[in-house]
Structures are given as C-alpha cells and as structure tokens.
Design a protein around this ligand. Sequence first.
Ligand code: UTP
Length: 300
Amino acid sequence: MSIEKVVIPVAGLGTRLLPATKSQPKEMLPVGRKPVVQYVVEEMIDQGLEKIMFITGRDKRSIEDHFDRDPELLAHLSQAGEERLFNGSGYDENTRFFYTRQIIPKDRQTPGGLGAAIAMAHDFVSEEHFVVALGDTIIRSGNHAGLVRRMIKSHEAKDAACTIAVVEVEEDEVNQYGIVHPVGRGRTDFEIDGIVEKPSPSDAPSRLAVAGRYIFSSEIFSALERTSPGYQGEIQLTDAIRILIKMGHTVRCIRLKKDEHRYDIGNPESYYRAFIDFAISDQQYGYRIRQYFQQRLRSF
Ligand code: UTP
C-alpha cells in the first residue's frame, strides 16, 4: 500500500471568525507571513505527498488562485530584481492540485458538514487509502519525522481503516473537538473503541482531541453513506468514524509529540494565539516583536 493522495476540505463558512471571513476564506487568513492553507500544503509536500485535492465551496476561489502559477507577478518581480519574493509563494511545479466543489444541499443554506465534504473525494481516491488535512489547522513540528509520515507508517503496519492524529487538550477545551476513547492507556500509538463530537467535560471519554490530520481507507465512504445528520444538522466526520468502528474496522490514533503543536485557527482566540506564536518566532522580526510584547505587557 502506498499513500499518495491528500484531501484538504476548505468549504466551511468560517462563521466563528466573522466578519473577517465574510468575503474571504478563513483558510486564506494570514498567520505570520503565509495564509493558513499554505502551511497545510507545504506540510503535505514535505511528507512526500504530491496529489492534493481541495474540497472548495462558494467564495473560495482565492485558494485556487493562490496555488496557481502567476507569470505576470513573476515577470514583474524579476524586472524589479525581487524574484526572491516569489519563492515559497504557494505554487509548486511538482505538485498536482485538484479541485471539487461542495455544493450546498437543496434543503440547507449552509454546507452539509465535514463528513459531506470528505464524501466528495470518493472519485479522486477511488479504492486507495488517503490523507485528510483540515485546511484551517496548522501542525508545527520540531526536528523529527513528520506527523503524517508517522501516521502512514503506523496505518500500514497495523492495517488500519483509519488513523487519527490526536493531542491532549485542557478539560475546558474538550467541548470544542472530537474526543477519542482509547483502548488501554492511549500513549503514543493506540487503538480506540469510541469517538464523540464536542462532549461536555463530564461526558468526555478522555482529553485526547482530534488534531486535524487523518488517514482513511475507502471504507470511510460506506460509513459516510450510513451517517445521518448530527450536530447542527451536518454530516459529522466523527460520527462516520464511530460507524467505522461499529462496522468492525480498526481505528487507531497517533499522539502529537511534545514539540509538535496544533493550531486550529477556527475561532478568534486560537487565531490570535497562532499569529502571536508565529510572529514571535519570525526569523527576521521575532526578536523585535518579543521586545515589543514585553514592553506592552508592562503597561497592562
Ligand atoms: P470547521 O467546522 O472548523 O469549519 O471545519 P467551519 O464550518 O468553516 O467553521 P464555523 O463553525 O462556521 O466557524 C474544519 C474544516 O473543514 C472544512 C472547513 O472549511 C475547515 O477547513 N469544512 C467544514 C468543509 O470543507 N465543509 C463543511 O461543510 C464544513
């Protein structure tokens, strides 16, 4: 088995970040110097994955433009002797980008949910195993084998139908994420027998939250077909994973390492945190931004 395809869903409305997301995708909001989704794409390319499908939606055209070659901009920058500004600007000639659109169902005014978005990828991946990387979640790694590569290794070795990246969150944060129920102690690489979407702290089966990276076999599409609308009337990917477990498939988790950080930029607080972390560690400006923070905090 060799996994080479990635699905990046970016069709959500980003309502928690309104009005910033009224006419631009939340996945295109900058964190530090790049739009969020560029970090996601670069992470995938870095892991050796070069076939990427975006599940897009209304008002998401700027994502397609961002990953396209821009000859006029390149010509302009080379005339000005500033080609270096073009490097790392999103386009990558070795990567093949595919796009499909998540149509809003007739009986709804909003997209049908993350599960419905993933269901759109069936023709693209066919019977292959594939990676799902949420377009609003950055994973920042230290100096070791990347998270997705570790996930693929484990997924293949354990013959899993689904492998999920998870990270421990605070008790008062469990109601923001899908939370898994490990079989056993749930250390670094473990099987789960349950998963729930946004539980209250008293109902949460653990503090291990889904961290925006998954690997699936094509069995997920049968599970999605059996999934009824759940939270907010949406087809929840978490519910489909629970059905996958009930169907008797192996679902496992890989825990993020201590120096791997998950930034889900979907709400204002997590967006601020992400921006601050990237700003204070910017190679050129980080030192001065840290000084600025210290100065500002003294007067608070
Ligand atoms: P979220 O649920 O965090 O995004 O989905 P959202 O729906 O845009 O957020 P709010 O609640 O309105 O603020 C995580 C990822 O899945 C995509 C989103 O674009 C985001 O990158 N998504 C979500 C879809 O592609 N389709 C959907 O129907 C829902």
